[in-house]
Ligand binder design. Structure first.
Ligand code: 4NP
Length: 150
């Protein structure tokens, strides 16, 4: 079983979308995908309506997800922790207890653009283009990830 965690700041815009997209590309039952946020602002909430809408338009239902906060225990529960941007990276790495924890944390766009350390931009305060853009980036990255773990 490969366990993958998607992490952003609020766990309502980017990481729920990443979770939904990756799940849609998983073929068997040997992969577990979840998402979390480094901030607690939206804990218990469902994803942002704009993330739900862009996912729906691609045939992916993420409406049942509930935001939760990333915890140190996630280092034990997951094999790979994909963060959306460099700020998430700093926040998650700051909680790592050892090198093994730290080695699990990867910027998701490095799957598409290795070593470039690019951000999936936070679309929270932007318009709809932001969410389409985020969807396209995450879709490309999840395609690469799915090929690796399927
Ligand atoms: P996310 O977007 O990290 O992609 O879920 C955000 C959602 C909410 C906030 C920030 C980012 N916020 O500050 O409330």
């Amino acid at each position: 079983m490969t366990k993958v965690l998607m992490v952003c700041l609020g766990n309502i815009c980017r990481s729920p979308l990443a979770e939904g997209i990756l799940k849609s590309k998983i073929l068997g039952s040997n992969v577990f995908v979840d998402s979390a946020g480094t901030g607690a602002y939206h804990v218990g909430e469902q994803p942002d309506t704009r993330s739900i809408a862009i996912a729906n338009s691609k045939g992916i239902d993420i409406a049942d997800q509930k935001a939760r906060k990333f915890t140190v225990k996630d280092f034990d529960l997951f094999d790979v922790i994909y963060v959306m941007d460099n700020s998430n990276y700093k926040n998650v790495i700051s909680l790592a207890r050892n090198n093994q924890d730290a080695s699990k944390v990867k910027l998701i766009l490095n799957e598409v653009f290795p070593n470039e350390n690019l951000d999936v931009p936070d679309p929270y305060y932007g318009g709809e283009f932001g969410f389409k853009n985020v969807y396209n980036m995450l879709n490309e990255a999840c395609e690469v990830i799915a090929k690796k773990i399927n």
